[in-house]
Write a protein that binds this ligand. Structure first.
Ligand code: F6R
Length: 237
């Protein structure tokens, strides 16, 4: 099943995405949610927080696996993805912080860290619902354009384009980490359900990814092969 929803603005995008996640949480209270950071899911997280506070959406048994984390940022760095998740979601809902996982970008042995994270997803039994954004170059997670689809969690050098795109969150370009640990395409594709949220600046890459050839040069194009994909595109701010 592939569904493509066009909504008017970011609030609506958040509501539409959160409604799907909430329904899955109600059906399976201890589900494994794959989560993303960045600008695109912000309104969705805000809506989940609202649903928790006003409607009692219960996260007490939910387990979350984030897609990625920068290498070299301490967890309490304002731009670490752990900080992002705490600020936008975890600190405002009744999730057990022991059930929230992100890669450790400060691990001394990064190879060991990605193997640990990879094994963790397998031990948990895979991802039930994966939330995605899409990079301006078509990346999902930090699976950057390359000659082949990556099939193991790994430390990846970020492309110049991604570093430039993420510089908006840092004081200067030189502060943007050059590497990240990311879950791979295989874990993403094995999720039972995928929800991708995209803002209007992603229109062109989204079209290429969803309507063009499937190619590892546009990693998101592989989503054409997923059995249960919902894309929510906001045409406004
Ligand atoms: C973040 C992630 C990235 C972002 C993508 C879009 O965890 O995995 O793939 O989803 O870079 O970022 P925004 O939403 O900031 O445009």
């Amino acid at each position: 099943m592939h569904e493509f929803k066009i909504v008017k603005n970011l609030e609506e995008m958040g509501r539409a995405g959160a409604a799907i996640l909430a329904e899955e949480i109600r059906k399976k209270p201890d589900l494994i949610l794959g989560l993303a950071t960045g600008s695109s899911p912000i309104t969705l997280y805000r809506e989940l927080v609202r649903m928790h506070k006003e409607e009692g959406l219960d996260f007490s048994s939910v387990r979350t696996i984030n897609l990625d984390e920068y290498v070299g940022l301490p967890v309490d760095h304002p731009q670490s993805y752990r900080t992002f998740m705490n600020e936008h979601l975890f600190d405002h809902i009744n999730i057990d912080s022991n059930n929230t996982w992100l890669p450790d970008g400060m691990a001394e042995d990064l190879d060991e860290e990605w193997s640990r994270y990879d094994a963790l997803v397998n031990t948990l039994g895979g991802i039930d619902v994966q939330l995605l954004g899409i990079g301006p170059n078509g990346h999902i997670g930090f699976n950057e354009p390359s000659d082949e689809f990556s099939n193991h969690t790994q430390v990846v050098p970020l492309t110049r384009e991604t570093i430039a795109a993420n510089a908006r969150f840092f004081h200067s370009l030189s502060e943007v980490p050059r590497e990240a640990i990311t879950l791979d395409i295989r874990h993403i594709m094995q999720a039972n359900k995928i929800v991708l949220v995209a803002t209007r600046n992603k229109e062109e890459i989204l079209r290429k990814a969803l309507q063009g050839h499937i190619t590892s040069q546009i990693p998101a194009s592989v989503l054409q092969l997923h059995r249960d994909l919902t894309v929510i595109f906001s045409e406004g701010e």
